[in-house]
Design a protein around this ligand. Structure first.
Ligand SMILES: [Zn+2]
Length: 245
C-alpha cells in the first residue's frame, strides 16, 4: 500500500544510472530494526536506498513475520548517495539492491559478533554441496516471498541453492527470477526494477525466458565457479553518469 507520504518521497528520489555504475539522490534510510528484521553491520552505513527499496524490505519483513519466520538480517543496501563501495561487491550503486542473509534471528547475533556477524553458509563452496539441514522450509519460504513481489527484477543465489529450489518448486513463476551467481551461499541479493519517476535509471537486460532450471543451471553446476580466494584489489572506478557528479 503506497501512502501519499511514500509517494511524495518516491517522486523526490532518483535511482540514477546502472546497478554497477550509478548513484542515488534523495535516499531514505531503512530504520535499523523493524517488524521482522534487523539491519546488520550498521557501522558500514550501507542501509540507504531508493524509497521503493525501503518499501520492499519493510513489506517483505512483515510478510516473513506473518509467515512465522524468524527476524531477517538485512546486510548491504547502498550508501546515502549511492555509488561504488570501497570494498566488497561492485553493484548496490543506485539504491535498488539489497543483501538478505539466510541466517535468521533464530540464530541470534552475539554481542561479540556485532561488528562482523558470522555467516551461516548453506553451501560448501569448495565441493558445491548443500550443507546438511541448512536449506529448509524457512529458506524456501523466504525466497518465495522475496521473489514473488512484482517490483523485483532478479535475485542472485548460489547455483546449488537455485538447484534446490528447482527441485522443490519447478513450476512456480517466481523461480525464474532466481539467478545463479558465484558467492551468495550465505545471503541472497535482491535487485529491484527501475522505479517509476527515475528517468535516468538504466535497466539490466531482461532475464531469459523459462525457469532457468535446465541447461543454464547445469553449466554452472558443471563449471563450479567460486569466489576468488583473495578479494580482488580496488576495482577501477566505473564511469558514472554526469548526474552523479
Ligand atoms: Zn549484494
Amino acid at each position: 500500500m503506497i501512502t501519499p507520504l511514500l509517494l511524495a518521497a518516491a517522486l523526490q528520489s532518483q535511482a540514477i544510472g546502472g546497478y554497477s555504475a550509478g548513484c542515488l539522490s534523495g535516499a531514505q534510510a531503512l530504520p535499523l530494526t523493524g517488524i521482522g528484521y534487523e539491519v546488520i553491520r550498521t557501522e558500514r552505513a550501507r542501509y540507504f536506498g531508493h524509497p521503493s527499496l525501503i518499501d520492499y524490505l519493510t513489506h517483505l519483513s512483515r510478510a516473513a513475520h506473518r509467515a512465522g519466520l524468524p527476524a531477517l538480517y538485512i546486510g548491504d543496501m547502498a550508501m546515502q548517495r549511492g555509488g561504488p563501495f570501497s570494498s566488497g561487491h561492485r553493484s548496490h550503486q543506485s539504491g535498488l539492491d539489497a543483501d538478505i542473509w539466510f541466517r535468521m534471528g533464530n540464530r541470534p547475533i552475539k554481542a561479540s559478533e556485532k561488528r562482523e556477524p558470522a555467516e551461516w553458509p548453506l553451501v560448501d563452496e569448495s565441493t558445491y554441496k548443500m550443507l546438511p539441514g541448512r536449506f529448509g522450509h524457512d529458506q524456501l519460504t523466504l525466497l518465495r516471498l522475496a521473489a514473488s513481489a512484482p517490483e523485483v527484477d532478479r535475485i542472485f543465489v548460489h547455483p546449488v541453492i537455485k538447484q534446490a529450489v528447482c527441485k522443490q518448486a519447478p513450476e512456480a513463476a517466481w523461480v525464474q527470477k532466481l539467478r545463479p551467481w558465484v558467492g551468495h551461499f550465505s545471503h541472497f541479493h535482491v535487485r529491484l526494477h527501475c522505479p517509476a519517476g527515475s528517468a535516468l535509471c538504466v535497466p539490466q537486460a531482461p532475464i531469459p525466458a523459462g525457469n532457468g532450471c535446465g541447461e543454464e543451471l547445469a553449466s554452472w553446476l558443471k563449471d563450479k565457479p567460486r569466489l576468488p580466494k583473495t578479494p580482488s584489489k580496488a576495482l577501477p572506478m566505473p564511469a558514472l553518469p554526469a548526474a552523479c557528479r
